[in-house]
Design a protein around this ligand. Structure first.
Ligand SMILES: [Zn+2]
Length: 385
């Protein structure tokens, strides 16, 4: 896994907040007023005015979905203008039973300060923040209805409008989880392709973090959908690419098993094995079937690299075998453009980047560096790696 090291992330996060906050606050205020009209005999005038004043940014279809979320299947509104006739008896039992908590959640989220706090929380603080707000609002974390209420209130879909801008600003060109698949954003007049946005903390379990900037990881669809999905992870069980990459805590190794066949695996070069990367040795009963603790297990990195990248390892080892200092020097003399001999020769000869800061620019950069450095320590950034 590769760290997302974009230099101006904080600035991008602030611009992201500016883009989404208005619609977010509007949506939550409408939900809050709807609950007050239903349960506190609050007059409909404020809600009417809000809907009228925002008719361009908020169509009635959207409002319809807000109201219908509360209502029993047979009582769903077809004509939204009749929302004033909706009564408490039309609502789901869970809405009636929890209406105070729901109002408290809306009141909390409709504060710009709280929303900003949630959206800009640093990657290391996300889990703590989630727990803190759940406790503060006395939300029962096992209550699925309340979780879907928060998901509906926060509504991640609103990010879709800005997703191309967001992924092109973060500007990571290979999946940080696997470093195998290109995830460039291509857009201009038309939106063409962009990476998936993985929720590091899945929104089904951590809905308050659904819009948090550092919870959105641009990634390939294999890692996001096929491998990670809704697996419940935390910063204690897995590494977030906004916090750190594997670096020297997990280094690719290869062992020849038969002609042109290798076993590709990870090893720690710092002694102890980081559980967030390698997983736990002893799994609890409920963890045994999934075996998904640690990034290597969750993203099936060893299986996938073994299945897909034997030819690259074979080619790298072939090149390493034929490398010599004389050859490097002769190439550097032939192409004086290769100014920084070590780095530029490496890129010319092995076809990838040597500096870990550039690993996100090209697929398989970490595999290439780890294999080459083991064979040719001259290319190590630091001795012993
Ligand atoms: Zn991936």
């Amino acid at each position: 896994m590769i760290k997302i090291d974009t230099p101006n992330l904080e600035q991008i996060a602030n611009e992201y907040l500016d883009k989404i906050k208005e619609k977010c606050l509007l949506r939550i205020t409408i939900l809050h007023l709807t609950l007050k009209v239903l349960f506190d005999n609050y007059p409909t005038t404020d809600l009417d005015a809000l809907l009228k004043n925002n008719s361009t940014s908020l169509n009635y279809k959207t409002f319809n979905s807000y109201i219908n979320f509360f209502l029993l299947p047979n009582n769903k509104l077809k004509n939204v203008r009749s929302y004033t006739k909706v009564t408490v008896a039309n609502c789901h039992l869970w809405v009636r039973q929890n209406n105070d908590v729901l109002k408290k959640i809306c009141s909390f989220l409709s504060s710009e300060k709280n929303l900003k706090d949630l959206i800009l929380t640093s990657p290391n603080e996300l889990y703590k923040k989630h727990r803190y707000f759940y406790r503060k609002l006395k939300i029962d974390k096992e209550n699925k209805n309340i979780r879907s209420f928060i998901e509906n209130a926060i509504d991640f879909n609103q990010v879709n409008e800005y997703a191309y801008w967001l992924t092109s600003s973060i500007n990571v060109n290979t999946c940080p989880y696997c470093n195998r698949v290109p995830i460039n954003t291509v857009w201009g007049k038309n939106k063409i392709i962009r990476p998936a946005l993985d929720h590091f903390y899945p929104q089904s379990k951590y809905p308050l973090l659904a819009l948090s900037f550092y919870n959105l990881i641009p990634s390939c669809s294999y890692c996001n959908s096929n491998l990670k999905g809704n697996v419940q992870i935390t910063s204690k069980s897995h590494l977030s690419p906004y916090v750190e990459g594997f670096e020297d805590k997990a280094v690719f190794k290869s062992k020849i098993t038969e002609i042109n066949k290798y076993r590709i695996y990870f090893e720690s070069t710092i002694g102890s094995k980081d559980k967030r990367i390698f997983g736990k040795k002893r799994l609890k009963k409920d963890e045994k079937n999934s075996c998904k603790t640690g990034n290597i297990n969750l993203f099936k990195l060893e299986e996938i690299y073994n299945a897909c990248h034997q030819d690259i390892v074979n080619e790298l080892l072939f090149k390493c075998e034929r490398y010599s200092d004389e050859y490097r020097k002769s190439i550097s003399n032939t192409f004086p453009i290769l100014k920084d001999e070590k780095y530029e020769f490496y890129q010319f000869y092995f076809g990838n980047y040597l500096d870990p800061k550039n690993f996100n620019k090209r697929p398989l950069a970490k595999l290439t560096r780890d294999i080459v450095v083991k064979e040719l320590p001259y290319f190590a950034n630091r001795p012993g790696i």
